[in-house]
Design a binder for this molecule. Sequence first.
Ligand SMILES: Cc1ncc(COP(=O)(O)O)c(C=O)c1O
Length: 350
Amino acid sequence: MIRIVEPRFSEEEKQAVLQILESGQLTRGKWTALFQEEFARYLGVDYVFPVCSGTVALFVALKAIGVEGQRVVVPAMSFMATIDAVYLAGGIPVVVDVDEYYTMDPDQLERAVRKYRPKVVVPVHLYGQTADMDAILWLSDRYGFYVLEDSAQAHGAEWKGRRAGALGHVAAFSFYASKNVPMGEGGAVVTSDPKLAQEVKKWIDFGDHPAFNVRITEFQAAIGYFQLRKLQENNLRRREIALHYMQALNGGFLHPKERRGAFHVYHLYTLRHPQRETILQTLKAKSIDARVYYSYLLHEIRRAESLPTPRAEKFKREVFSIPVHPYLTEEEIDLIVDTLLWAVELAPQH
Ligand SMILES: Cc1ncc(COP(=O)(O)O)c(C=O)c1O
């Protein structure tokens, strides 16, 4: 089976986990501090708050801004946590279409902003590529909304030399098992705004209002720390595999496009093809794990107001993601390419 994701752990990580067990310091220890420091340095932000999941990171960021009864704009294509966090934080989501890069369409965003005057806009850096941050930040300056980057899929992605998570006012990361930095479960809220940082703290560290305990353990922090140190190398390998797919896969596949100014980290390699279902069946028969991210749009899965979403509706029917993780062997990559080329030959033409 060629799996769509395959986290790997080295001897250092195993040793660290054993050390933590022996030390008896299972939470709030040196590894959490080390991870915080390293991630802040890596991103170029002032504050990193590790939490137990990406969903919680989004929720806490929204609570820190304060969105009760306020509009929050999200794109149509994302994992459902993006919109769930808005509802959980008491906000009212408004959904907009995506552009050809699968991220929030800035033109539609402007229409939504004029109509709804949102307090927060949540661009999702989907599949590992940043949204059009110049356009979104320009609109933020002009109309005065907060930008919360959903960076769950974009560890190490860049926009004009700056890292995803350091571009807006605040950002949320996930360290779920399949992410480019996996901890098993985990997340982080990051910001360089001291006022927002103070509000975030109240939600995660027993402040002046009721809050959950959402901390991570030392085990998660240690794994995150070592995975972070491998991130750049792993992302470069993902890009190398992506380039190979772009060159080798003809036959009507629509490949992901890299936006000018963006450094895509290919959390997922997402193709489009009108014959998707036949292709998926053929891949499955060859034990190649390929999946649809996502088979729903956010305003379909959770009822919400939306602007027209023709692009997302089309993409939803055609997208599928193939393995692009950094531990794929050359033989596995060749098998994936050959199977896909064979699958489109088999697919009925129309
Ligand atoms: C775009 C996006 N946002 C939010 C999340 C939520 O993260 P988590 O699963 O850690 O709660 C995920 C991942 O699962 C995601 O892909």
